[in-house]
Ligand binder design. Structure first.
Ligand code: ADP
Ligand code: MG
Length: 322
């Protein structure tokens, strides 16, 4: 199968057609129609390399879901609405057994996330997947990392640490079973919090999606905003599934440092809390207040009301009093 046959069979025919795509896959460029509402274009790219970001032999449908979910999560983190994406595929071989489930899952997930494939690039080499996403956001609604204010409450969506636990079940080569299915799904199938971000954006001061771990990503908000932050260990949202799998201490460690949660970490003035919680409840998304932005430079962790210091490699030091 040649490159053009591959593109035609697996990508051009699967791509959704929508009104803002004047010309889709097949020409030198896609031609796209911007909305006329003064919105800004939000653009982000994400790459997965076999052996670095995923284990060799990972199911292609899972890869598609993870690739697109992680990329669209960056749009959610800006409160942008998804529009289009391009796909750069580097494949060791053109195998229908791989391409068929990959392209099918990608198309399904794209439809669910309301984002359309409009082009890409296909090359031969070690398995590497790259997606660039495009979305639109009203300038005054864009959730920058730098917008947090002193006294803001720190909110997080969903539950934290599940994805890291799902990864652990894979690293431990546990067979797929009912008890690990939910955690694995949290790893393979990130759920970008677009609806939540769009609903809350006008009430928020800053936001980021949690890809490197809560401490690291909240650290980005703190640094960009010229502030410190303080979070309470007991307030971290943990799922029952994670607690059952890992126990409280490991669950807390993974919630702080696990990474790839793709939940949102947001800040808002205290008087906005009630309204934010109400909106989240209406959307059926858990939203938890875990701390506060404060003067200073570090992210501080309170354990039963006592400040505990840690360095940026906090993972290993967590649990020791320093
Ligand atoms: P060019 O050589 O002009 O860059 P290509 O031959 O690489 O174009 O690609 C032909 C068309 O197929 C282009 O419209 C491109 O966007 C699209 N395309 C290539 N690879 C992919 C892919 N993996 N997924 C979706 N579209 C793709
Ligand atoms: Mg060309």
């Amino acid at each position: 199968m040649g490159e053009f046959e591959l593109i035609r069979r697996y990508f051009a025919s699967h791509a959704e057609v929508r009104g803002d795509v004047a010309l889709g896959i097949g020409d030198d460029c896609a031609l796209l129609v911007p909305p006329c509402d003064g919105a800004q274009l939000a653009v982000s790219i994400d790459t997965l390399v076999e052996g670095t970001h995923f284990l060799p032999g990972t199911r292609p449908d899972y890869l598609a879901q993870r690739l697109l979910g992680a990329a669209v999560s960056d749009l959610a983190a800006m409160a942008a609405r998804p529009a289009w994406f391009t796909l750069a595929l580097t494949l060791p071989e053109a195998s229908p057994e791989w391409l068929e489930p990959f392209s099918k899952a990608l198309a399904e997930r794209a439809l669910e996330l309301d984002i359309a494939l409009i082009g890409g690039d296909t090359t031969r080499g070690p398995l590497t997947l790259s997606v660039q996403v495009h979305g639109w956001v009203e300038p005054e609604r864009a959730l920058k990392r730098s917008g947090a204010r002193e006294g803001d409450l720190i909110l997080v969506s969903g539950t934290l640490g599940d994805s890291r636990a799902g990864l652990q079940t894979l690293l431990d080569e546990e067979p797929e079973q009912a008890s690990n299915a939910w955690l694995r799904r949290r790893f393979y199938r990130p759920e970008p919090r677009i609806a939540l971000a769009r609903a809350l954006a006008s009430q928020l001061h800053s936001g980021i999606d949690i890809s490197d771990g809560l401490l690291a990503d909240l650290g980005h908000i703190a640094r960009s905003s010229g502030l410190g932050a303080c979070i309470e260990l007991e307030r971290l949202p943990l799922s029952d599934q994670l607690l059952a799998y890992a126990g409280l201490e490991q669950a807390q460690r993974w919630a702080l440092n696990g990474g790839e949660d793709f939940e949102l970490c947001l800040t808002a003035a205290p008087e906005r809390l009630e309204s934010c919680l109400r909106s989240a409840e209406e959307l059926g998304v858990r939203l938890s207040c875990i701390g506060r932005m404060q003067p200073g430079k570090e992210v501080q962790l309170l354990v039963q009301g006592q400040a505990r210091a840690f360095d940026s490699a906090g993972y290993d030091h967590f649990g020791e009093t320093q």
